[in-house]
Ligand binder design. Sequence first.
Ligand SMILES: Nc1ncnc2c1ncn2[C@@H]1O[C@H](COP(=O)(O)OP(=O)(O)O)[C@@H](O)[C@H]1O
Ligand SMILES: [Mg+2]
Length: 276
Amino acid sequence: MSYYSILNLNKEPFSTSPDPYFFYPSTSHKQAMQRLEIAIRLRRGLSVILGDVGIGKTTLARALIQELHSTNGAITHMILDPSYDSEFQFVTILAKLFGIKGTFRSTLDYKEAIERFLFKKCVDESHIIALIIDEGQKMSLSTLELLRTLLNYETNEYKLLQLVIMGQMELLPKLQRINNFSDRISLKYILNPLDYNETKNMIEFRLKQAGAASGKEIFTEKAILTIYQYTQGYPRKIAAVCHNLLEELVMKDKRIIEEDLVNEVMEKDRKVVLVS
Ligand SMILES: Nc1ncnc2c1ncn2[C@@H]1O[C@H](COP(=O)(O)OP(=O)(O)O)[C@@H](O)[C@H]1O
Ligand SMILES: [Mg+2]
């Protein structure tokens, strides 16, 4: 029997996979989402979302895709790891992702085919095509150069491709090194960690999504404060610590997480961090 069913939950509440079902819209996440939606709807071209590891970029990307599908029927494509060896490899993959038929011999042929495709879909057929690239800091300069070319495809009013790049902070200086890239950014947003109240709300939200009865306390206020101080409001850390806490709770056959238990689990967690 899984630990969460012992706690009368029907899903694992603190898995660290980027599942939009567990996406809690903190002020920062909500703002990023709203601005992205506007930028995409107005077809402004390039949006860049920056933030540290574990802040929620991949989860935001998945939630955005879900939102775009349900609200404006945009066609979305996502690249999880954009580390390509050459421009040719990247255009080949892009063409495949877009579902462009035919084989092309050179990078230039591919670029032309992609432009024709985007023109037909976005101008003739009025679709919105969004390409979301995660782990943007892994992109090579040649990949970025190619994206700059794609951003040149436009009508008088709008860009053909809506590009969203998610990346760690080191992405920004990389973009700045490429001529005319930074000034193409229409939205730049840095995701912030959660504050204490948001940490509390995120924990409650995820428990509720996992089927917890409302109003039933699992974490005491002091326990949540300690979790907040330890994780500094980073969602991945919050989820990981809470996951360990629930497991420990079940093992100890208790029902309420108090400060002492948090201190004990954090102590173990610190040791793991020191060893790994
Ligand atoms: N807004 C959020 N609400 C709830 N959980 C979140 C949120 N953002 C992130 N998480 C949790 O933190 C984990 C790390 O998020 P992730 O999107 O993978 O971060 P990043 O891509 O920035 O490293 C996710 O798997 C998810 O469980
Ligand atoms: Mg990620």
